[in-house]
Unconditional design. Structure first.
Lengths: 416, 320
């Protein structure tokens, strides 16, 4: 082979080898690598900028990926030793990249000795710990409720409903005015769970706060529990015309647009969706209320839990840069930046912090201890959540009964 | 007349479809002339083995373990994953959908592709523009077309709006949300995207048929149908074989379009083996189980395409 060809090839090979060295993650080398969910791009970028301002010598590379891609890539990286230093970890269980799945395999560093662990609210400890040790730094707190346009609700001559009867009446009022009270995008699987969660918060946990523990002990089941009431009320809302037409053909994006364009008054969503609705709706003033499930307003509970959380790669535990970044994520400064940019609440409470008025209700419920963790965070495996997605779609298609749906969820709960 | 046409067709077999000369013993000889191409193939074969064959074989080994894709160790469990697979209702349902999609896509895509090829092989002035127009969807990434169609299929989307605007609003459907029609809506997208691809292969076959044969058939007084049946059909056999093979394999492996448009929903109505494999591996952490499923899918593809290839090969020989 001529030298003219060999020379560039040699350079190329050398460049590839060098690139491979510098791309090696998890060793806390020259730079810090972070992987986050693409929905958190704006707040994470802001936090990284603040961190780099305080640590100008540290180069931080952040990779963003959608939930599916992030979960599948992360597992490959972890098992092959190429995972980033700090990465998104889902609180609790029931998810392929959740604390209770990654910690037992030894992929997460134990953060119990860090200062922030004493500031984690008692109610959130179960979803940040595994066998008594803390494995993630919780960053945001979110809740599930009805995000709505205040003007749209006022146009109906109504106020936030606080009881089930008021809610059903309001559905009729909205329908008579030619709009839907709630946009529902059940074509997108993860959206299917939100209304059930919002209803089950009250129908399951108001009377039986120990339900999750009873499920884990095999003393309770979805069938014949408050879940049955929640599912039945979900279908009743559909029958009463609370939702837009064809929820199974409507995606999450379309449901957000329905609210922004005034075709629906609001939608049942996680609080983090507020910023997306706001960006599409312009200057419209938004609010959020808990979805009532009974006629006793005092009984209403709201699903609320740690939303975004980050873990430290066990192989990066000795890296000063990586531990400094994790500690920074727990600082009041970073928590404030993250929550402000993401339009949500901080996971580590800060009484001095100013809160988005739209999140007032969620804050009140959090402060009064009237929240329950997102249900899937307490489930033993990801199959239960998937079964939940599937059966809700089947319920809306009329393919299964509520009893059959709950039996399927119970079977998924029992699966290994 | 038929005999004359058949003889001419035989003598004018396209050069591309002729078999290479064989040694007296029936196989390739060991002479230097035939041995050289094997040396040429070796580098590519070595790379293919390194990048595809070896990892696939190693991956298949996991189907005999209980590995969850994360744990640092695992145990061999024999055929347990395969036993679980055959008693899994979701997998059976997904297999049914996969076979249905593969069959529908193979038949409809090739029928449409053949009609398009016959159309643009005629002497109409706009044939070149039409060829580009029909082939264009095939060069777009399937994920992009799937997002486009997801929007078009939405209840307030362009399809229902168009039907409404011409007074056919009652025909409008919840195309992806109705579990009875969602699967067919997905099939329609694949047919729309890849019929042009089949068309190009058929077109290549059509253009390799010598003009003299058509002229001879004209002189024999053959009409368009007889000409298609006795000349075009047998001489398109190699193109048909390739098209049927590719569309069948594509249909069996289908993932992208389903995942983007429905993620297997509503309620599992469009789940295919590939979407179930993905979910088992990356959402349920059942890596070994999903590998067993992938092995079964691979065997399905090999067996079905082998049977199809054997049958079509015999048909080709009979035609020639």
């Amino acid at each position: 082979m001529s030298r003219r060809i060999l020379a560039p090839l040699t350079c190329l090979a050398a460049a590839a080898a060098l690139t491979a060295c510098s791309a090696d993650g998890g060793d806390g080398g020259d730079g810090l690598t972070v992987t986050a969910n693409s929905t958190d791009r704006v707040p994470m970028d802001a936090v990284v900028a603040a961190f780099q301002e305080a640590n100008p010598d540290t180069e931080v590379t952040v990779t963003y990926a959608d939930t599916d891609q992030l979960q599948s890539t992360l597992r490959t990286q972890l098992s092959s030793g190429t995972a980033p230093d700090v990465f998104t970890v889902w609180p609790g269980n029931g998810n392929p990249a959740a604390v209770e799945l990654l910690a037992p395999s030894g992929y997460l560093a134990d953060l119990s000795d860090m200062e922030f662990t004493s500031r984690i609210p008692e109610g959130d400890r179960p979803v940040t710990e595994y066998e008594g040790a803390t494995y993630v730094v919780p960053v945001t707190y979110s809740g599930i409720g009805v995000i709505y346009g205040k003007e749209a609700l006022a146009d109906l001559g109504a106020e936030e409903p606080t009881t089930w009867s008021e809610l059903i009446d309001l559905c009729g009022t909205a329908r008579d005015e030619g709009v839907s009270l709630l946009a529902l995008g059940n074509q997108t699987p993860w959206v299917t769970q939100l209304v059930t969660y919002a209803l089950a918060g009250t129908t399951v946990y108001a009377d039986n706060p120990e339900f999750d523990e009873q499920m884990a002990a095999g003393e309770a089941a979805f069938a014949d529990s408050g879940w049955q009431t929640a599912m039945e009320k979900y279908l009743e809302m559909e029958e009463e015309g609370c939702f837009n037409e064809d929820p199974l053909g409507t995606s999450y994006e379309a449901s957000v647009s329905n609210v922004a364009q005034g075709d629906a008054v609001g939608l049942v969503q996680v609080a983090t969706t507020l910023s997306q609705v706001q960006s599409e709706a312009g200057d419209t003033e938004l609010g959020m209320f808990a979805l009532p499930a009974t006629d006793d307003a005092d009984q209403t509970l709201m699903p609320g839990s740690v939303s975004a959380a980050y873990g430290l790669n066990a192989e990066s535990a000795d890296s000063a840069q990586a531990t400094a970044f994790v500690e920074f994520l727990a600082s009041p400064e970073a928590q404030d930046i993250y929550a402000t940019e993401g339009g949500t609440l901080t996971a580590l409470p800060d009484e001095d912090r100013e809160i988005d008025p739209a999140l007032t209700t969620l804050t009140e419920f959090q402060t009064e201890g009237r929240t329950v963790p997102f249900m899937d965070q307490r489930w033993p495996n990801p199959r239960v959540q998937q079964a939940h997605f599937t059966v809700v779609q089947q319920l809306f298609a009329g393919d299964v009964t509520v009893e059959e749906a709950l039996t399927e969820m119970d079977e998924a709960y029992e699966a290994e | 007349m038929e005999t004359a046409m058949a003889t001419q067709a035989q003598s004018a077999t396209p050069a591309g479809s002729k078999s290479p000369p064989r040694s007296p013993k029936g196989g390739r000889g060991r002479s230097g002339r035939t041995a050289v191409p094997w040396w040429f193939v070796l580098p590519a074969l070595a790379f293919f083995a390194f990048a595809a064959l070896v990892p696939s074989a190693r991956g298949a080994l996991y189907s005999f373990t209980d590995w969850d894709g994360l744990a640092r160790d695992y145990a061999f469990v024999g055929l347990d994953q395969y036993r679980a697979l055959f008693s899994d209702g979701n997998a059976r349902s997904a297999l049914g959908h996969t076979l249905l999609i593969a069959f529908a896509v193979t038949v409809v895509q090739n029928a449409v592709g053949l009609l398009l090829a016959l159309g643009v092989n005629s002497r109409i002035k706009s044939r070149n523009v039409l060829r580009v127009f029909f082939f264009a969807p095939a060069v777009i990434t399937p994920v992009v077309t799937a997002y486009l169609w997801k929007y078009l299929y939405s209840p307030q989307g362009a399809i229902n709006a168009a039907l409404d605007s011409v007074g056919l609003g009652a025909v409008g459907q919840d195309w992806l949300g109705d579990s009875d029609i969602a699967l067919w809506s997905v099939v329609a997208v694949i047919v729309w995207q890849f019929s042009g691809y089949s068309m190009v292969i058929f077109l290549a076959g059509l253009q390799s048929i010598p003009q003299e044969i058509y002229e001879a058939s004209d002189m024999d007084g053959a009409g368009p149908f007889r000409r298609f049946w006795h000349i075009v059909r047998p001489m398109l056999a190699p193109a048909l074989t390739i098209n049927l093979m590719l569309s069948l394999i594509g249909g069996l492996k289908l993932f992208d379009q389903v995942w983007v448009m429905t993620q297997g929903g509503p309620g599992g109505a469009t789940d295919t083996l590939s979407t179930v494999i993905y979910r088992e591996a990356f959402q349920f952490n059942a890596f070994a189980y999903s590998t067993a499923m992938a092995v079964v899918l691979t065997l399905f593809v090999i067996v079905l395409s082998g049977v199809q290839y054997g049958y079509l090969g015999r048909q080709e020989k009979r035609n020639s």
